[in-house]
Design a protein around this ligand. Structure first.
Ligand code: NAD
Length: 492
């Protein structure tokens, strides 16, 4: 159980004398062998037999046993959120802000522990957990704390902002803590209460966040964290009481949720998959673009909804870009994610590894040329996959059309800006896009014509709590972050 909230969880390491040791870092964070459900501000025992094991994808060793909530426990979590909502929505906005500030501060104070836990459970390199996931999660709470007492100015025409009510929030495994913060912070700022379900393979940081909520004495029931897989998720979707479902995950499951909700009056936000284009014009700063391509597809092993997985390069610089990319990719260190020098850790689960491997085979079978890159021996255990790119890819090829959600890039070329834009938009998705050029007018012209929710110019995978994020078409609807993200949690 997570009933150890009052015990010291981290052996404090003297940073002045500390020298890096992956083993030391991992050893310094205690992982409870058993976790319950966080309902009504208390830890609730799992039902007998209703548990699952979460693994360390780098070693395939068990990390902890986690509860699988059933329909009755979903109802208990909902009931506690409904009861808490009556008070929370009337809590003065300045008071709500204080809780959000405290949560943000505690995330910062416990940052090292959260980063280690995230890397152990998800496999993402510790450098990314430390420098991106955990600080950005804190940033979301800081940002939304500032909004609590300013909501009446948030949305034009809304002078009496009211919360939607009780929100079911279902999140994926690629950014577990960040997705939890991304969902909870705006919901709480607007006076909603929540039942949050992390993904079955990465529940640990959301559960640790629940401990933080206890520490800051967030009123019981305002946030409930329940664990489990698709069965628990379906029970949340089928529960008739929720006023909102905020879902981040695959397009397939997103569609199933939409079908299940078709006849209900319920607010929905869908953050789904992507197959995003990264367009490099011949006049781009090529060395800078290479870094952006690498960040765009190998960040978090490519398990990023907005990954720049389709590289479109102007034909006259294709050879130069591919040569530089190959050289850069062969310097990417693949291996132990607890090592701060690792660039590419394991894939999150065996299922996902096998899915990625099946796409590598399809790519070769359909005639593209595969290059497997990366530096370092692969460990003998763990779900590792080397960063890979394909050249000679036809736009109609499976690897150019379907979301792989792994460290695999499809490289294609174009001759004219028209062709670049039509190829970029030729996808059922519309989440993000990148444009690399040194001409300002080309940036604006291209960005205006791309059908993507987020467009980065001379950069990729840049995030900020103040910026709205979300997609078009099969990438979903609704925005998270910034002023637009608040709209999704207000009744209007
Ligand atoms: P997934 O859809 O399999 O699972 C996501 C969550 O939904 C998990 O918590 C899972 O337990 C739950 N779930 C599964 N089946 C369900 C059902 N029938 N009803 C209710 N809940 C159910 O996705 P995943 O494999 O965890 O994540 C990868 C996907 O998420 C990718 O497609 C990626 O693009 C997408 N994603 C999108 C964004 C975004 O902001 N657009 C961000 C991150 C990930």
């Amino acid at each position: 159980m997570s009933g150890h909230a009052t015990l010291p969880l981290v052996a404090i390491v003297d940073t002045a004398t500390w020298t890096y040791s992956p083993a030391l870092e991992a050893a310094s964070v205690a992982v409870s062998p058993k976790h319950g459900l966080f309902i009504g501000g208390r830890w609730v025992e799992p039902r007998r037999g209703a548990t699952a094991i979460t693994l360390n994808p780098a070693t395939e060793e068990p990390l902890s046993t986690v509860a699988e909530a059933d329909a009755a426990q979903v109802t208990a979590a909902f009931d506690s959120a409904r009861t808490a909502q009556r008070r929370w929505m009337r809590t003065r906005p300045q008071e709500r802000a204080k809780y959000l500030f405290r949560i943000a501060r505690r995330i910062q104070e416990r940052a090292r522990e959260l980063a280690v836990l995230e890397t152990l459970d998800s496999g993402k390199p510790i450098r990314e957990s430390r420098e991106f996931d955990v600080p950005t999660a804190a940033q979301h709470f800081f940002h939304h704390a500032g909004w609590c007492d300013k909501l009446r100015y948030a949305i034009p025409g809304v002078s009496d902002p009211r919360p939607i009510g009780v929100c079911a929030q279902i999140i994926p495994w690629n950014f577990p803590l960040l997705m939890a913060a991304w969902k909870l912070a705006p919901a709480l700022a607007c006076g909603n209460t929540c039942v949050l379900k992390p993904a079955e393979t990465t529940p640990l940081t959301a559960l640790r966040l629940a401990e933080i909520l206890q520490e800051v004495e967030l009123p019981p029931g305002v946030v409930n964290v329940i664990t489990g897989g698709p069965t628990t998720g379906r029970a949340m979707v089928e529960h008739p009481g929720f006023d909102k479902i905020a879902f981040t995950g695959s397009t397939e499951v997103g569609k199933a949720i939409l079908r299940a909700c078709a006849t209900r009056r319920i607010s929905l936000t869908m953050e789904l998959g992507g197959k995003s284009p990264n367009i490099v014009f011949a006049d781009a700063p090529i060395d800078q673009a290479i870094e952006g391509i690498v960040d765009g597809i190998w960040f978090n092993q490519g398990q990023v909804c907005c990954a720049g997985s389709r590289l479109l390069v102007e034909e006259s610089v294709l050879d130069e870009v591919v040569a530089k990319l190959r050289a850069r990719m062969n310097r990417l260190r693949v291996g132990d994610p607890m090592d701060k020098n690792t660039d590419v850790g394991p894939i999150n689960s065996r299922v996902q590894l096998e899915r990625v491997q099946s796409y590598l085979k399809i790519g070769v079978d359909e005639g593209a040329a595969m290059e497997i890159c990366g530096n370092g021996e692969l460990p003998s255990r763990g779900y590792f996959c080397r960063p890979t790119f394909f050249t000679g890819v036809q736009p109609s090829a499976t690897i150019a059309r379907e979301e792989i959600f792994g460290p695999v890039l499809a490289v294609m070329s174009f001759r004219t800006p028209e062709e670049a834009i039509s190829r970029a938009n030729n996808t059922p998705y519309g989440l993000s896009a990148g444009v690399w050029t040194s001409k300002g007018s080309k940036i604006f012209d291209t960005a205006r014509r791309l059908k993507a929710g987020v467009i980065w110019c001379n950069g990729f995978n840049l995030f900020d709590a103040a910026s709205p994020f979300g997609g078009f078409k099969e990438s979903g609807f609704g925005r998270e972050g910034g002023r637009h993200g608040l709209r999704a949690y207000l009744s209007h």
